[in-house]
Design a binder for this molecule. Structure first.
Ligand code: ASP
Length: 586
């Protein structure tokens, strides 16, 4: 038996017991006549003591040579410590060692296995198995497991069945490129790894499974933006005989259960906002609603007063920055420079100080009188002491710029309380999105999303105006889930492919199986998928997802530990029909 207890367990209750422990040597201190060593396992640390007088000689000698991260097993007696450590569960005791066996030696680790390590990101990733021994990483993985378990418990209780769907499939369009796998047995043919199990979960509904979920890997070959992983995990769900309302209620329930179980937050109904309103009020379809500074449109108040910059623009939009009227000229100039940076791209920024005494001072005093500025302030719901910031330009770009400015100010002013969780449903997304480059419509969610029934006719006349039964769940400014009610009618699905620019043959070749299935009694259905990695990171109060993933890839999609991706040898390439000539025989 390797152990009778683990290293996080022993206390004064175990005094004078003989125990066996196994673990890693965190560190040791050799005082000559006495040696202390910290023994660590997943559960904690127990202090070992080797004492010249009380420990058998051979064991004492062995203890001299214990290096960091050696794996050992010891037997000894639990004794009371002289100087206790109240911060440790095991801080009141130590184990006086009588037997020691070295289970495995270790090289000196390339970085310290401490909460605050001296190892840089690259090195930690290269030796991820050592990194995982550190508390901060270990705890995040345990936390992830707890979140996943809460999800499984909730959904199982609600009657969902976990079904696995295949990884070697054909393309499922979620808007990214596919990772492909060559088929050796079918020369010149390729599988695609799923961008999501979308079509399979719909087929499960046709198969009568009724309520499906799966915690599942998805693969998307995207240009990697910061903190994205080419393979990531979704909580993927689908239900039959449901309307949007049923889905929102069910998964609001799941999210509430998570917030309650993991964060102790009492369930409260989630607010809802339409996509259109989100864009108008926040310039963003995943607004962080933990703070205000909602947009106010000022066109009618600010145009036609002789200020040329405003008069020619499609949108004039303002926000009230709380208690910022005292901002210095220098600080305001810095903000102006900030919005003018190419990443933001604004031409300029107009400011109005709503002074504490009720007067106004602005950068456009020449064109607007106090009454004008007071009207702006009222529209922006500014109070005395606030600072108004106003941007103008084309509708979409101005909203995007203002949204970036709003987030930047929230960051600078510390308005985003990390302990607050503010979920929000965004609904009524447009079905389609016009893409200038390809001069075609693209599905905003994916091609299986149903238009709102009352908008079906519009599909023929004004496709861009059609709204979908599609929804996102947003948490603190992050999209944590998204889904839709699906098309379950073969005819409509075929029209949809038409609209998206698929020829009949292409649609048949790629999605014939789905349209066929729809001819055999497909029930109305819909679903949602949550991004587990991001969800766990947000619940864990962290910005990045990487440490919540046991073996993540770096920003260029590489696993630096196993050094993947890697080239294949000529023989393998030939077998896969990726290289025409066979390598010469040895
Ligand atoms: N398959 C979708 C996605 O990955 C989610 C859904 O529509 O259920 O975003």
């Amino acid at each position: 038996m390797y152990r009778t207890h683990h290293c996080g367990e022993l206390s004064l209750d175990h005094l004078n017991q003989t125990v066996t422990l196994s673990g890693w040597v965190q560190k040791s201190r050799n005082k000559g006549f006495i040696i202390w060593a910290d023994l660590r396992d997943r559960y904690g640390i127990t202090q070992l003591v080797f004492d010249e007088e009380r420990t058998p000689k051979t064991v004492f000698e062995q203890a001299q040579n214990l290096g960091r991260e050696f794996v050992i097993q010891i037997e000894g007696t639990v004794i009371e410590r002289e100087s206790k450590n109240p911060h440790m569960t095991t801080g009141a005791i130590e184990v006086l060692v009588e037997k020691l066996s070295l289970l495995n030696a270790s090289q000196t680790p390339p970085f310290t296995i401490e909460d605050k390590t001296d190892g840089g990101e690259e090195l930690r990733m290269q030796y991820r198995y050592l990194d995982i021994r550190r508390n901060p990483v270990k705890e995040k993985l345990i936390f992830r497991s707890q979140v996943a378990m809460t999800v499984r418990n909730y959904l199982s209780k609600a009657g969902f069945i976990e079904v696995e769907t295949p990884y070697l499939i054909k393309s499922t369009p979620e808007g990214a490129r596919d990772f492909v796998v060559p088929s050796r047995m079918n020369e010149g043919q390729f599988y695609a790894l799923p961008q999501s199990p979308q079509t399979f979960k719909q087929l499960l509904m046709v198969g009568g499974m009724d309520k499906y979920f799966q915690i599942v890997k998805c693969f998307r070959d995207e240009d990697l933006r910061a903190d994205r992983q080419p393979e990531f995990t979704q909580i993927d769900c689908e239900m039959a005989f449901v309307e949007q309302e049923d889905i929102l209620n069910q998964f609001e329930g799941l999210t509430q259960a998570l917030l309650q179980t993991i964060k102790g937050i009492e369930p409260k109904a989630f607010p809802r906002i339409s996509y259109e309103e989100a864009m108008r009020k926040y310039g963003n379809d995943k607004p962080d609603i933990r703070f205000g500074m909602t947009f106010a449109e000022l066109n009618d108040l600010a145009q036609g007063k002789g200020f040329g910059v405003f008069d020619s623009q499609a949108l004039i939009v303002g926000i009230a920055v709380p208690d910022a009227a005292e901002m210095s000229r220098k600080e305001i100039d810095a903000l102006i420079d900030w919005v003018k940076r190419p990443q933001i791209g604004a031409n300029g920024l107009i400011w109005v100080k709503c002074n504490a005494d009720g007067s106004y001072k602005s950068s456009v005093d020449k064109f607007f009188n106090e009454a004008d500025l007071a009207a702006w302030a009222q529209r922006c719901e500014a109070k005395a002491g606030d600072l108004l910031l106003v941007l103008s330009g084309a509708v979409n770009s101005t909203r995007t710029q203002m949204s970036a400015l709003r987030m930047e100010l929230a960051e600078r002013l510390g308005l985003r309380n990390p302990n607050e969780f503010a979920p929000l449903w965004v609904t009524d997304f447009p079905l389609l999105e016009w893409d200038e480059e390809s001069r075609r419509y693209h599905a905003m969610h994916h091609p299986f999303t149903a238009p709102k029934p009352e908008h079906k006719e519009l599909l023929k006349t004004d496709p861009g105006a059609v709204k979908a039964n599609a929804y996102d769940l947003v948490l603190n400014g992050n999209e944590i889930g998204g889904g839709s009610i699906r098309i379950h009618d073969q005819q409509l699905q075929s029209e949809m492919f038409d609209l998206l620019g698929f020829s009949k043959e292409e649609a048949q070749a790629q999605f014939g199986f789905l349209m066929n299935a729809f001819q055999y009694g497909a029930p109305p259905h819909g679903g949602i998928a949550f991004g587990l990695d991001r969800l766990v990171a947000i619940l864990g109060g962290e910005e990045t997802i990487r440490d919540f993933i046991a073996f993540p890839k770096n920003n260029s999609g590489r696993d630096v530990m196993i050094d993947a991706p890697a080239p294949l040898d000529a023989q393998q390439l030939h077998e896969l029909a990726l290289q025409s000539t066979a390598p010469p025989k040895e």
